[in-house]
Design a protein around this ligand. Sequence first.
Ligand SMILES: *Cc1c(COP(=O)(O)O)cnc(C)c1O
Length: 703
Amino acid sequence: MLSQAGWQQESYDENDFDNLPLTKVCGADGKPLMIDVDLLGHPVYAQIWRVQVGRVALYLLDTNHDRNPRQADRDITDQLYGGDRETRIRQEILLGVGGYRALQAMDMQPTVYHMNEGHSAFLALEHLRTLRQRFHLTYDEAQQLASASLVFTTHTPVEAGHDYFPPDLMNRYFGGMMRDLGLSEPAFLDLGRTPGARDFCMTVLALRLASRSNGVSKLHGEVSRHMWQSLWPSVPENEIPIGHVTNGVHFRSWISLEMNQLYDRYLGPNWREEPANGEIWNRAQRMPAEELWRTHERRRERLVGWARNRLRTQRIRRGASQAEIAAAAEVLDPDALSIGFARRFATYKRATLIFRDLPRLRRLLCDPARPVQLIFAGKAHPADDAGKELIRQIVQLARDPELGRRIVFLEDYDMAVTRYLVQGVDVWLNTPLRPNEASGTSGMKAAANGVLNLSTLDGWWDEVWKDPQNPPAIGWAIGNGESYNDLAYQDQVEAETLYDVLEHDVIPTFYDRGPDRIPRRWVDRMKSCIGSLCHFVNTHRMVRDYMCGYYEKSHQRFRALQENNAGRACELSAAIARICSQWKEVWVGKIDEAPRSSVSVASDVLVRAEIHLGSLTPDDVIVELYLGRVNSHGDIVEGLAIPMHSEGRNGSVHRYAATTAIARSGRHGFTIRVRPHHPDLANAFLPGLICWADQARTAVVVG
Ligand SMILES: *Cc1c(COP(=O)(O)O)cnc(C)c1O
């Protein structure tokens, strides 16, 4: 809630467990199941609560129990935020190690564990320890086996969003783990460190141990590959093994009842069961403009009525004057163009960007013929004073006698508030500073209701905007995704662009009404938005992507490596150890046939080279011709790797060759690289095992 001055106040409700839709998980003996984790030499116990979320069971760990005599232990699950590094590491040990044990205690033996964000990554260590003991493996063997079943998703490109722990804290809490894993202290700490780093990072641990990793939008995948490339030295950035699965939203939770009925009528009922089916959404064009518009207008009226009530309650609680309380009934206009902005108030989301030029904004909002209103909601992290300051500024502006009717801030943002907003506004505004938004999902909730997005090109919006399959009449972009070093200047440019788009495009399109008062061009956009975005922005598509690209593959590979007492994991581990020990003998020798300095487009180019493999064989390696355009520094950018084939050997010197054609004109460079090969490897690269020819050749001009 907000103070009279507009400053966010946190209140933490007591949970009455007897009044919550939870059940305590019991064991075969009918007694509540307990798991424990070791924290500094004594056990901390946790009971397990089960919440049924639709068809999915969610398990919650709870240390607030008589068996824990220490208050500090009971408080581990008391609050998510607040507390110091030590509280955090205890919470994450409980989540990762305790969470893993809870599954085991409930007799679940998953083949795939999906770690979402680094917070749960200690799970990887517990999994490794368990497999090591179960199959009597060495550390390396256990790592191969455990990794096969670990999937990791990173969710933030913001540095502060990643957890770090100092080495002494790690050493205090993980002495037993190191012994059980058979790792020295430095080797253990290095699992969580980038080269040269001091602190242990949960994201690094997860990236090192999971066999598959991803970001949550196409752009976030790129940013993550850049951010974590030091974990794969000498691997080109675009080949860093971090993929992406763009987030989605659960349509049944977000689409209004009215739109539900409209979709049923014009798309057929299958849209609910198969929301990822593009053909169904193509039928959005069949929705009559009048019906779609009336449906949406009803939702806007609902939103305005509900917001007035909420504002009234808010003001009464805050002890506002009678006049202020009465005025709540007159804020907002059920017919005005309504812009929604609701999300966490992290500063990079720039909630106040739209206020940068107040006189200009005032002209836009208060135009009597074409009024515009802004509805805000959101919470700042309890420790984020800068975020709270943004909220305070908005609340102050909403006190302005003229703007007050057109700007409201709603307290206690939660999913119910989101629903009213994303179903009832006309435009969903999003102004993150690129590339800080990993994906963003509220705009997807809006799009599913035919609400048009107006957003900087970041996260998911960058991705759908650039898709050539989508004509850009699905909403609006603020800018082209350009970045300036001067952030104040960036704000300035993007605020002006935002006003321009509002003034010259959004507002005129909304108020361009025919005799029937329907904004036909607007409604066309709504249909294009629904027709071209809905099949993509839903959780069915997202889960399918995870299933096909991650879970299924990990499941198969884990099962294979685990067979015969982890026999194949041991073989793989031995093969990697052998390749590692010989890797220093691997180098690219003479390149004895190379392209001429000038070749014509699409003509064949032949490269032959001598590759020294020591005692390794061509089965242990993949040799590739690496070819691409050269930038002004002489570096090959986004090169293409073309496999070279072995043409025989002379002792440990192998002759390799490849023929290819260069499709584009311009200055090209090529080089040769060697990387390890084994049929059971999950990824193209093993950190540290890549060998490049000493020099990139940059002599090829294609004309
Ligand atoms: C959807 C939603 C979010 C996430 O919104 P973003 O656009 O991803 O920032 C946060 N909080 C609530 C309550 C939501 O409903």
